[in-house]
Design a protein around this ligand. Sequence first.
Ligand SMILES: Nc1nc2c(ncn2[C@@H]2O[C@H](COP(=O)(O)OP(=O)(O)OP(=O)(O)O)[C@@H](O)[C@H]2O)c(=O)[nH]1
Length: 383
Amino acid sequence: MSTVMCGAMSIVLFSVWRSFPAEIGGLREWALGLLFMVAGTVLLTLRGGAVPKPLPVLTMNAVLLWGIGLSMIGTEKFYGQRPSWRLFHGVWLAGMGAMAWWLLVRPDFPARVAVFSAFVTLFYCRQVGLIARHGERQFPTLFFGALMLIQALVVATRGMLALFGGGTSVDLLRPGPFQNVYLAISSFMVLMLVVGFMTVATRRLQTILEQRSTRDPLTQVLNRRGFGDVYARERALMQRERRATSLISIDLDHFKSINDRYGHATGDRVLVHVAEVIGKVLRASDHVARFGGEEFVVLLPDTGMERACSVAERIQDVLRAPRNNGLPAYTASIGIACQLSAEEDLDGILQRADGALYRAKALGRDRIEVAEPATLPSRVALG
Ligand SMILES: Nc1nc2c(ncn2[C@@H]2O[C@H](COP(=O)(O)OP(=O)(O)OP(=O)(O)O)[C@@H](O)[C@H]2O)c(=O)[nH]1
């Protein structure tokens, strides 16, 4: 029953692989790996059938080890690591060689179980290591890591029992307490592994979708929506801690002529460069966004007008600075507004910063203008 369910789950994983974004790696290998594991389990039941015994035994082990190895490759790809095909093929060949030796040349069942368990444990341990090193500290990852660890422990226990307890205690086709526990845990754990794959993949999908909806795809800085979210958080802090916040509005000068003269692709590279250099000037707690076209906005939490002006000057300097990356020279006009009260909202401070920016444009561009403070009821203004 659980084998049928695992087979069905591998179909689910295949459809997830086809419908999730390609940047979520490893789904195909997880689905294929699971399919091989299911096939291996089916072959286990044919072990003593009409076909000569050694052949189904070898095939079953080959298929099972291949499937578990593929799931390791899937986990490597999922965490953005280069797949270790050499380790995979090396372990598989060594495992099969050892199995053939202790099956055909010197038949020894406990030795076979021990060596097979050792290689499977190695595949699972590699995945535990990957999850510990590269996984996010979130529940889905911890759950996934715990499942892999339990798998590794269960298989390692079987290997140890084979070594020290003899063959009969670990022969899965004989009834016995360990066999019952092992088979129950293994089939349950394979199902749980699929749940593990699905939880980490779905969490990754959620992160990617959140990223896509809040980031500008060209420059990777926040878009208007992402900036709105960040501003809302900062405004709540401002309300609690009664601190000033500044906003800088930056617009490149005569950007249309850069596009017209050097082409749209060069215009795009200029925009990416602008986002990069602005980012380098800012503190980790500051935020930069692109509001479409050639307009960038910077939010400086816990910052009064004086520091905002010096940040704006530094931005202007780095944008003006000569560069050797083949990009044309350009300048920017800048408007700054400082918010002293949480009573003002994003539209309000943006309007004031944009007003200052338009003044900078009107006064000849390549300059910084400062907005008048907002006129608000005195009870909410900060000192
Ligand atoms: N390369 C590129 N160009 C863009 C993008 N978005 C908008 N633009 C271009 O940006 C230019 C903006 O032109 P304008 O609004 O006239 O502004 P400007 O030429 O910078 O003039 P001023 O702002 O008055 O100094 C237009 O030519 C748009 O096509 C983009 O993502 N990539």
